[in-house]
Design a protein around this ligand. Sequence first.
Ligand SMILES: CC(C)(COP(=O)(O)OP(=O)(O)OC[C@H]1O[C@@H](n2cnc3c(N)ncnc32)[C@H](O)[C@@H]1OP(=O)(O)O)[C@@H](O)C(=O)NCCC(=O)NCCS
Length: 200
Amino acid sequence: MQDTVVGLAEATHLPSIGTLHARAYHPTREWHRRIFPASIAPWWEKKYALDIADPNCYVLKISSTDSRTTVLGLLSLRKYEADQKGAGRWTSCLPPPEVDRQAYDAMLSSMIECRERFMLGRVHLCIDHFGVDHGYQGRGMGKMLMGRACEIADAERLDVFVQANEFAESFYGNFGFETQEKVVIPPDGVTQCFLIRRAR
Ligand SMILES: CC(C)(COP(=O)(O)OP(=O)(O)OC[C@H]1O[C@@H](n2cnc3c(N)ncnc32)[C@H](O)[C@@H]1OP(=O)(O)O)[C@@H](O)C(=O)NCCC(=O)NCCS
């Protein structure tokens, strides 16, 4: 059974956050299974410990009512300054050797190139990570997390940028995101979409 409230993640949620990527993506996404193996859970924990403490990050979560420290859905938003280059925590907290660095670097390079091309010049938010535990997908948690992220963006009157896998493009479209570009990323040929939701 799930909690229906979106809240901000805290340190007690970190062990569960460490496994969320695998729980959300691995059952259906071979690429994520290969590039981000389940063994890197401690890296996700370390990265999110930094994000939770960072005033420029909103780590939104939905937890289980059965176990409050179990995270069933997560959406993290990072605020970038108008002149801020790079990929934030993705480059300042590099993953361990189990991660395929060639694929990781290719993914980040295209994200950096597109974000800087489309967003430099104005403060904006960027969705860093978004996933719902596979066993709980299709129950409205993704919609609740994205709804809260859009409320934050609207309250701050900020555009939101996201690099999304092509499977989620129509999900973002339902929240007012518009696709700016689609890029086939080497070496595996996965298609990534770059979308923006304009401030309103
Ligand atoms: C994408 C994801 C976060 C959506 O979360 P969810 O809790 O399953 O979504 P919801 O139950 O809130 O569904 C909301 C709506 O989006 C639709 N939807 C769900 N997943 C979708 C997807 N991948 N693409 C398009 N639409 C999707 C649902 O059918 C539902 O439509 P409806 O309102 O017309 O009934 C989740 O399925 C997930 O984690 N997928 C694997 C990881 C991933 O692709 N993350 C996206 C990051 S780029």
